[in-house]
Design a binder for this molecule. Structure first.
Ligand SMILES: C[S@@+](CC[C@H](N)C(=O)[O-])C[C@H]1O[C@@H](n2cnc3c(N)ncnc32)[C@H](O)[C@@H]1O
Length: 232
């Protein structure tokens, strides 16, 4: 007598407790929880007229950054990758009068634009711009204070280097964050054919920050995602 046993394999996919954003919800968030005012909207228009790419953070990300910086009483912020100054101005507005956003930006043209806009915004005293390659700059940068918040938003393959170079500059209780942590929607793909070097750079950074023993980390799905690590 033959006994045939059939195995039925059921794969249980645990539901994710999240509301997935669609266009309508994303607009709702931008319409109701954005830090973008007329000045920043004009900055974007002027940047576009000057052939500066439209790749800055969104208004909802700005609102999140401002709330976060205020809640931690941040004074010193380091930004790696500043483009036209949108995020730098947004963050500077959330700092006290003697606070500083130190901007590292590769392009001389963008740096000139940031300085002009910081001046127009009445924030020149809070925004310090350093032109050049951020990796080289950071290799010899020794500020006489520690940073409360570090915002990485430059070339993605170097995120991991920025992470390693700046973690010692962050105070205990300070936070380091990386933008585009969802890699334009490709972060969960194994072999992304979309911008593979950039996606891999973000995946490596996310893994390094998520597994670092000195940090408590989380992913905020605002904009294209922000990974954050609180230094113990
Ligand atoms: C996504 S944009 C930054 C957007 C800006 N944080 C904002 O939201 O307003 C990235 C910027 O990083 C700059 N960048 C790229 N590689 C860099 C490097 N090695 N050193 C410094 N800046 C760099 C680019 O020139 C560009 O302006």
């Amino acid at each position: 007598m033959e006994i045939i046993i059939f195995f039925s394999i059921t794969i249980i996919i645990m539901p994710v407790k999240a509301t997935f954003l669609n266009e309508k919800l994303a607009h709702y968030i931008e319409d109701n929880f954005s830090a973008e005012d007329d000045f920043l909207a004009n900055l974007c228009r002027e940047a576009a007229a000057n052939d500066i790419p439209d790749i800055c953070i969104g208004g909802a990300q700005g609102a999140f950054l401002q709330l976060f910086l205020r809640s931690m009483n941040a004074k010193y912020v380091l930004e790696i990758g500043s483009l036209a100054g949108y995020s730098a101005i947004t963050m500077a507005r959330a700092l006290p009068e003697d606070g500083k956003v130190i901007c590292l930006e590769l392009s001389e043209k963008f740096c000139d634009f940031i300085r002009k806009k910081a001046d127009e915004a009445g924030l020149a005293h809070k925004i310090e711009v350093h032109q050049g390659n951020a990796v080289s700059f950071l290799q010899s940068y020794k500020p006489d204070f520690s940073f409360d918040f570090i915002f990485i938003d430059a070339d993605k393959p170097n995120y991991i280097k920025y992470f390693e170079l700046t973690l010692p500059l962050l105070r205990s209780g300070g936070v380091i964050a990386g933008d585009n942590a969802l890699a334009w929607g490709y972060v969960a793909d194994k072999d992304s054919t979309y911008e593979p070097l950039n996606v891999t750079g973000i995946q490596n950074f996310n893994k390094a920050i998520a597994t670092h023993k000195e940090l408590t980390t989380c992913m905020i799905p605002v904009g294209d995602g922000m990974v954050m690590g609180l230094k113990h």
